[in-house]
Design a protein around this ligand. Structure first.
Ligand code: NFS
Ligand code: SF4
Length: 666
């Protein structure tokens, strides 16, 4: 298929669920054509094969919590309007959602624990392949959580920070987790205390919600949802630990220019795709790949080209400028280019099907985590105390596979786009500080108060094949850009923007409304960034949503109000994973109007639906906006921003006029 044709196909993307080729990404479209010709199956085909999906599951009214079940609620069948034990639809829906949150929190927090343990052992001098890269951040984090820094060595401070992080996992006997209370506003601390949802131990919150939702436990949907919110805040805590400690170990990201999409796979290099989430592994693999360049040259390649997939790709893009090849739904398609010599995976979001795809090619699949093995792949037991040695062994497998390529099967789409990534909150504030050195974040809040910007949106989350791949992300962002919304992005959402060329200065010209354009131009003029400023700022992986949540907290402090009054919204246009459910729930508790573009399994209970969309707003100020049409979703987000910025303006004007403090009781 010619390039023009694939682009056209992507533009007129099919919305029919029975059509397997549903993507907005021209590179993915080209590979789907290729897969169809070769008779290879992808998750796009399997979505069709799974359709129609079970209506009970979709509505969240299938209970499999005990083995007397499954019980399916059918309000129209006498006697079947409750489970065998008598559980009502609202109990079942709430329990199922709470268990998603537990799953998501477990993923993020276990990842954070791994980072904390690595920091501890590195500080103890047990890990020669790891060092404290950003000691300035180490000290900032230490002071924030009240660990003494003066007169102590970096290693001493790091050890205590790591132990404090690990202590947040255990039982703090009623004392909220330190990573939560030290990063949110005083208003949120009070709110969480008042509602009794501040976790006093990450592991404890996860265990408790599993206990609470077991057979014969909590039947009250509101109580279950409050328990789920505590777990969502435990998720936030674990994510924040992961981000902080990863920055300390590998450096806080700074603006970096790179490229994204399948076109970054280079046939002249040994291509090593790294997929998953864990920078503790992938950072060392990047070092190993650099070390082994000569071995790659010896087999006739120009070197080793590391390309990222999903969030470990985002982590490497942010810190090392490593190319991003694919997001969640296009992971199999990277292998189908026939030029990926090895795919190295760690944890989370790895489709087991990559094994079957690798079998059709010469690609070696390497698993590295004992909790994420895939039958038939090469398993390396990755341990931090011999990290580089193991990483080099894995890279050698890719180098050896280079010679086994089948030239007939190589097909690499040409599509790729420039991306300016590396926008940690520190990097963003650094740019703002060039305009306002005294109060960098005021650059943003002033632009909102003056009406130049409507507010801020965090675009996050996964791909979900219930809709065309990447379409939700791109549509929401285009609408927000046109309407002068400042955008930051993480996860596979950021992956979609990077691939589509929406994270570079050209995109500003193309998509930004007048206000957003003027705002970014002012920043550019003052900061003169080397590579220009992007339309959407890449803040990193999914755990890095905490960077954006820290931005919200800073904005609230600057505006003198609590977070539910800040014109700040979030959107997960293609949410899929349990992690997205926990992040979204945490956003709501933090006071953020949160759009979800895929219907979660909640429609089976009017009551639970009402709690998520209405009652949450009364209690926390944040609420869910479930809207599967991305254009309408964007409009609802803009409406939420307009409402908040209008109110802010009114109250700030009144405060200025009467010389009073800004009212906060609205
Ligand atoms: Ni987040 Fe990142 Fe992607 Fe979703 Fe999976 S890779 S951690 S869960 S699918 S955004
Ligand atoms: Fe059925 Fe109750 Fe068991 Fe759920 S917990 S499967 S509703 S009997």
């Amino acid at each position: 298929m010619s390039e023009e044709k694939t682009q056209q196909a992507a533009r007129t993307v099919s919305r029919r669920p029975a059509d397997a080729k549903r993507t907005c990404d021209p590179a993915a479209m080209e590979m789907l054509e290729c897969a169809a010709c070769r008779g290879e199956q992808t998750m796009f085909d399997r979505y069709v094969a799974q359709s129609p999906q079970c209506p009970f599951g979709l509505a969240g009214i299938c209970c499999r919590i005990c083995i007397q079940g499954p019980c399916r609620i059918n309000p129209r069948r006498p006697g079947a309007d409750k489970g065998i034990c008598g559980a009502s639809e609202y109990t079942i829906v709430a329990r199922n959602i709470a268990r998603y949150v537990a799953g998501g929190a477990a993923c993020h927090s276990d990842h954070g624990r791994h980072a904390a343990l690595t920091l501890l052992h590195a500080a103890e001098g047990k890990l020669p392949d790891y060092k404290l890269t950003d000691t300035a951040k180490l000290r900032v984090v230490a002071e924030r959580i009240r660990v003494q820094t003066s007169g102590r060595s970096d290693n001493e401070v790091a050890k205590e920070v790591a132990l404090a992080a690990l202590a947040d996992y255990a039982d703090r006997y009623g004392e909220p987790c330190r990573w939560l209370s030290s990063t949110i506003t005083a208003g949120r601390q009070d709110k969480f205390k008042h509602c009794d949802i501040a976790p006093d131990g990450i592991d404890k919150a996860i265990v408790q919600v599993l206990h609470r939702t077991a057979m014969g436990m909590d039947a009250d949907p509101v109580s279950i949802i409050f328990g789920a919110l505590r777990t969502a805040l435990a998720d936030y805590t674990g994510m924040h630990i992961a981000t902080d400690i990863t920055d300390i170990l590998f450096g806080t990201p700074e603006p970096v220019v790179s490229e994204a999409n399948l076109g970054v796979i280079d046939p002249e290099y040994v291509n090593l795709a790294i997929h998953g989430h864990n920078p503790i592994l992938s950072e060392v693999v990047v070092d190993a790949a650099r070390n082994l360049k000569s071995e790659a040259v010896a087999v006739g390649a120009k070197g080793v080209n590391v390309v990222g997939i999903c969030c470990t790709g985002n982590e490497l893009l942010m810190r090392e400028g490593v190319y991003l090849a694919a997001n969640q739904s296009s992971q199999e398609l990277a292998v189908m280019t026939g030029a990926v010599d090895a795919m190295l995976v760690d944890i989370q979001c790895i489709a087991p099907s990559v094994r079957a795809v690798c079998e059709c090619y010469h690609t070696k699949l390497i698993t590295t985590a004992d909790i994420a093995k895939i039958p038939g792949s090469h398993h390396f037991d990755f341990r931090e105390d011999r990290a580089l040695e193991t990483a080099e062994a894995m890279v050698r497998l890719a180098v050896a596979a280079f010679a086994e390529r089948d030239p007939e099967k190589i097909h690499i789409p040409k599509h790729k786009a420039t991306v300016i990534a590396g926008w940690s909150l520190e990097a963003l504030l650094d740019v703002f500080s060039k305009v306002n050195p005294e109060s960098p974040v005021a650059v943003l809040t002033d632009a909102i108060r003056s009406g130049e910007l409507k507010g801020v949106c965090l675009l996050a989350g996964c791909n979900n094949l219930k809709g065309p791949h990447d379409e939700g992300h791109l549509t929401v962002a285009r609408e927000l850009a046109k309407n002068d919304v400042f955008m930051v992005a993480t996860g596979c959402s950021a992956g979609a923007f990077a691939k589509a060329g929406m994270m570079n200065p050209d995109a500003v010209e193309r998509y930004a409304g007048r206000g957003l354009k003027a705002f970014l131009a002012r920043l550019s003029a003052a900061a003169a960034p080397k590579h220009g400023l992007p339309l959407i700022f890449h803040m990193g992986s999914c755990v890095d949503n905490t960077r954006a949540q820290d931005l919200l907290t800073l904005m609230a402090k600057e505006l003198g109000v609590d977070t539910p009054k800040v014109p700040f919204v979030a959107s997960a246009p293609e949410a899929m994973h349990e992690k997205a459910v926990s992040i979204g729930s945490g956003c709501v508790a933090l006071g953020i109007p949160t759009h979800v573009g895929v219907m979660p399994h909640i429609e089976g209970s009017q009551l639970v639906y009402g709690v998520a969309t209405q009652i949450a707003r009364d209690v926390y100020g944040g609420f869910f906006i479930f809207e599967t049409d991305p254009t309408k979703g964007a409009l609802k987000l803009i409406e939420a921003l307009d409402y908040r910025s209008w109110k802010l303006r009114v109250h700030h004007e009144a405060a200025t006029r009467y010389g009073t403090a800004v009212a906060t009781s609205w």
